[in-house]
Design a binder for this molecule. Sequence first.
Ligand SMILES: [Ca+2]
Ligand SMILES: [Ca+2]
Length: 290
Amino acid sequence: MVKVGPYSGRLVIPRFAIALWCLALLPAQLWGAGILVNEYYNGSGLVSPGTKMVADEYIEFVIVQESTAASLASLSFGDSNEATSQLQAVFHFDQATLQQALDNAHLSAFLPGTMIVVKGTDLGPQSIAYDPLNGNWDIQLVAGQGALGSTGTKINGAISVGNKGDTVWVSSSLPARNSDTSGFISAIGHTSTPGLIANTVASVFGAANILPTTIPTGTAVANMGDTTVALAATTSPTMGTSNGGQNSLWIDGLRSVGLAPAPEPSRSMLIFGSSAAFIFWRQRKGGLHA
Ligand SMILES: [Ca+2]
Ligand SMILES: [Ca+2]
């Protein structure tokens, strides 16, 4: 990467080398997409045929950096068993559905502050009328339609939030086995008796990412904070909208950055700045891998 210029004799460091060095500082998980688990709801229903998800439950994600349909579709997400000892369901977003939402909005990527809901069949039809430039920031995918079970893994369960415990996660890679958390980029959960997965989430992302309690049906676990997670159990779920308090202030802030009419170089700097803040937060949490 470093060479001596043939004519001047000065030490020349090619610009691409500097760029590569900067990019090498970015964790691999940040390349594809930036997305965090923001809330999940514990219902009492059954799994509808063909959906692999309890019909009255949902998971809510928030996008924290611009993400294309392809990058989001390359991720895996799911839950754990009630004992939080192993992964239970493994899902992925359907790329064509995400692309349709982007086409509806005339955008090439989902903007920071966008919310993606994956829900059971009892919670209304799928909604991909995405239009953040006019205030419509959420899309809602029905399990079995815009969000699909990943059959390429040996883990083939249904998303079913447990009363005793659960963890909901996003991974940059398809888990190789039901204990594989190596690709996790975000996870939250609840349990008073943590198993392997909950313990790993607490050690990688911070103890605050596991709410130390059981929850009854009809209860959501919601992040009331920002990238510094502050979980609360609530009987007032907010499917597809921010969770109030600091969570809403943070997401409003993400949206204002995403909509800022900045020229391209400034916009890149903003994105780099949010990435750097995200990395700092991840490093403060104690690392990326289990
Ligand atoms: Ca449940
Ligand atoms: Ca919410």
